[in-house]
Design a protein. Structure first.
Length: 92
């Protein structure tokens, strides 16, 4: 898979994961209030994990650290597990 395509697929998964909840809110006019690059700074780390043939647990650990330590959210294990699986499935 080309890196650009992989980048875009990971970006879409991260925006769906959305631990802050910025994409679940809409402004009064129906347009999203937030730019779609909220989580792009984490894509490089995930691409590195893919290149290292990381496990689903590795992806979970990375996302969990982002969610609970970097972003400072309490964490949602079910949501993070779901999206770690989606990222791992990109490698199949």
């Amino acid at each position: 898979m080309e890196k650009f395509t992989l980048y875009e697929k990971i970006k879409a998964i991260l925006n769906e994961w959305d631990p802050i909840g910025v994409y679940s809110r809409e402004s009064l006019n129906g347009w999203p209030e937030w730019p779609d690059d909220e989580y792009t700074s984490y894509i490089g780390g995930l691409i590195n994990l893919i290149e290292l043939n990381a496990t689903e647990e590795d992806f979970f650990d990375y996302l969990w650290e982002v969610e609970t330590k970097h972003i400072g959210m309490p964490g949602n294990r079910e949501n993070t597990t779901t999206h770690a699986k989606k990222i791992k499935n990109l490698t199949k």
